[in-house]
Design a protein around this ligand. Structure first.
Ligand code: AMP
Ligand code: ZN
Length: 267
């Protein structure tokens, strides 16, 4: 099966309706670009959302590529400018968090992006948020959760988020869940999509990167096998339904009294 057939099958399995409003989180990289291209090709009602992280030349290049993609596909693009909305660039926010908390770059960025996507997705009346996460990402997360002592979090693993159901939480979909990163790269090149291939300049020194390097030693077959087994675990353990609170600072859905975003920004 080629990548198009595989993604179609994945979307069919979760019964994603063509009338639903889907917001694709576009980073400018190959994965989210390919997923956006495919959803549009399959006739879904898609719009793009990009968080401009204000990280100099890298962010500028990403925005140019995303604008080109959305123009080519004839879809609406929403840009959330972090400098304008939050007063400073991601690099600044991150170093200010790191002066108080010992957290790695990507962990901080991930929390902030998720918070923005949910909040703004809701404002835009999106039914779903789609991201470009692929099989390699998911296999890394699976191992990370085990190594960090939170194996129960793996029960959330899957094409669609299942653990939280709340009117303020927009379900997230990962149509590339079963696709290898390398196959996505090849497809983006074949289709000559506007993609920024360089890695985020701040993606350094994270535990995930160590895991990623370790996983490069695994064969494609083993990575697929790992995720098949991960699914079996989820099926056996069942979904860990989370109690949803609303953050006492920002009002967003949260596991605890205060959400992870507000926890990070707390002085
Ligand atoms: P990453 O954690 O950078 O590998 O990104 C995972 C997914 O999050 C991407 O495939 C995108 O769908 C989404 N994403 C990452 N960065 C951004 C961004 N700056 N704006 C919007 N979505 C993003
Ligand atoms: Zn909050």
């Amino acid at each position: 099966m080629n990548i198009e057939q595989q993604v179609k099958q994945t979307l069919f399995k979760i019964k994603l309706g063509k009338k639903k409003k889907i917001l694709v989180a576009l980073s400018g990289g190959k994965d989210s670009t390919v997923v956006c291209y495919l959803l549009k090709k399959f006739g879904y009602d898609v719009e793009g959302i990009h968080i401009d992280l204000g990280m100099g030349k890298y962010s500028e290049k990403c925005l140019v590529a995303i604008k080109e993609l959305c123009e080519d596909l004839g879809i609406k693009l929403h840009v959330y400018d972090i400098k304008k909305e939050m007063g400073s660039s991601m690099c600044y926010i991150r170093s200010s968090v790191q002066s108080r908390k010992s957290l790695k770059n990507c962990a901080i960025c991930g929390v902030i992006k998720k918070w923005i996507l949910n909040k703004h997705g809701r404002k835009l009346n999106a039914d779903y948020i789609v991201t470009g996460h692929h099989l390699d990402d998911e296999a890394q997360t699976f191992l990370l959760n085990i190594l960090k002592g939170s194996p129960e979090l793996n029960s959330n693993s899957g094409v669609i988020s299942k653990n939280i159901s709340d009117k303020k939480f927009i379900p997230r979909i990962k149509p590339l869940f079963y696709i290898l990163e390398e196959d996505i790269r090849k497809y983006s090149l074949k289709k000559k999509l506007p993609v920024v291939y360089e890695k985020c300049p701040c993606a350094i020194d994270s535990y995930r990167i160590q895991i990623r390097d370790f996983m490069k030693k695994l064969s494609d077959k083993d990575k697929k096998k790992l995720m098949k087994n991960a699914e079996k675990v989820t099926e056996r353990v069942g979904i860990l339904k989370e109690v949803v609170n609303y953050c006492s600072v920002c009002g967003e859905p949260s596991r605890g009294k205060i959400c992870r975003m507000c926890e990070l920004l707390k002085k």
